[in-house]
Design a protein around this ligand. Structure first.
Ligand SMILES: [Mn+2]
Length: 269
């Protein structure tokens, strides 16, 4: 396998339809799945037709995908694992690759704030910077510069977040509001990480609805109770403190809110 060496030749299969990869080619194709624990979350209809599958992931183990699977739950991010892989092998590294990997670690660890950040994370990042002379400060605008519309939308969320006495915060971000603030669905659900460290909030969830697929996306974050078990109960999953659920059933959302609220109540005791 050649993750680093062939980065420029890599094709992103998120939009496989556009790639027009013929079915007959799939048996000869190696699929490398990164940062996803279960097959349902890989956006490929004909997953089983691929000749070989390699999985590299840091989420709790769920589905077997291929003969080669490297899952390290203690890693802050899959990018951290790729850095480790590059250092341990003859895979090539240049500034461009380092840039992507650095941004991957910084964003997935939420700027080294999340609990999966360890001294190993810092050690690997130090070596990455040393080896490539990475001017990492220059990269931050790529992650953190935001349009004013987003900041205004952030304000909308702050103003309208429902917070229970047990410390559960939730908000439904309907498409009318998303349109009004000129943001998109992905922005809305990704913004959840901005709402960490609110004194009154232990668990917080954002609910969006994709009307093209008819699926509700529920993003859940916690800074106390473990939430991924509850998320799996509703067909979702993820990390202990960062999980998600996708469902077509609106009532599931109400049930999930009630259960998460209970989880907060128990945690507080
Ligand atoms: Mn990840």
């Amino acid at each position: 396998m050649a993750v680093g060496a062939s980065v420029s030749r890599f094709r992103y299969f998120g939009d496989l339809d556009k790639e027009k990869l013929e079915d007959k080619d799939l048996a000869k194709t190696l699929l490398i799945v990164l940062d996803v624990p279960n097959i349902a979350r890989v956006d490929i209809a004909n997953f089983n037709d691929f000749g070989e599958v390699i999985k590299i992931d840091h989420h709790p183990y769920e589905d077997k995908m291929g003969d080669i699977e490297w899952v390290d739950e203690s890693a802050s991010s899959t990018c951290q694992m790729i850095i480790e892989l590059i250092f341990a092998t003859r895979l090539c590294l240049n500034t461009e690759i380092a840039k992507c990997l650095f941004l991957g670690v910084v964003s997935d660890s939420d700027r080294f704030l999340l609990s999966y950040t360890t001294s190993k994370t810092f050690g690997l990042i130090k070596e990455l910077i040393d080896r490539t002379n990475l001017d990492f400060v220059k990269l931050y605008p790529l992650l953190y510069e935001r349009p004013l519309d987003e900041i205004r939308f952030h304000g909308y969320i702050s103003q309208n977040l429902n917070v229970t006495t047990n410390g559960l915060a939730y908000i439904r971000l309907d498409n009318k509001i998303i349109k009004e603030y000129n943001v998109d669905l992905a922005t809305a659900s990704n913004m959840i990480n901005d709402f960490n460290f609110i004194k009154e909030v232990l668990v917080w969830i954002f609910i969006t609805y994709d009307d093209r697929t008819g699926i509700f996306k529920i993003n859940i974050r916690s800074r106390g109770p473990v939430i991924n078990e509850l998320a799996s109960k509703y067909g979702g999953g993820g990390h202990k403190y960062a999980s998600g659920v996708r469902t077509e059933i609106s009532e599931d959302i109400d049930k999930l809110i009630i259960e998460l609220d209970k989880l907060c109540e128990e945690y507080k005791k």
